[in-house]
Design a protein around this ligand. Sequence first.
Ligand SMILES: [Zn+2]
Length: 184
Amino acid sequence: MDIVSKETRSRIMARVGQKDTGPEILLRSALHRTGLRYRLHDRTLPGSPDLVFPRFRSAVFIHGCYWHSHGCHRSTVPKSRREFWEEKFRANRRRDARDAALLRERGWRVMIVWECALIGKHASEPKNVAERVRVWLAGVEERGEVSGHLPGTSAPKAPESRLSRRETDTAVHAAGARGGPGSG
Ligand SMILES: [Zn+2]
């Protein structure tokens, strides 16, 4: 018996290949309000990054936690045909890693914004997520990552990034403290 209902499965399948997903729209609107400008789904770059900031030579992917196996509460593996799904998710992760590596070889910085940062029970206000993107763009870290909050627990496994959540949080605070005239 299928654990995932027909409705759930068709909802999941309908999202394959769909570009303008809910979390992406939320982040795009919030970023737009900060004045940052970007290109969308640049097919000339590996993985067609969702958002591309040419001025910062930076690419941002908004990853669905389910398809990209974030490891958070939104990324369960279906109980039926488990091996099939696990292989599919592994393939997605391999592709994500390859795309990020290719981008970095070409001198692009890469940030992953997980959908759980924008929707669901651990989400932040889109404007706060946009702020973390803005701070990362202005900084020097080659890689960035934003996930939903996980109060009182360790971070979910993020195969793609070695950047800890704490570092990105600190970056936001540091940016908040900024604002005086620059010292050069
Ligand atoms: Zn997630």
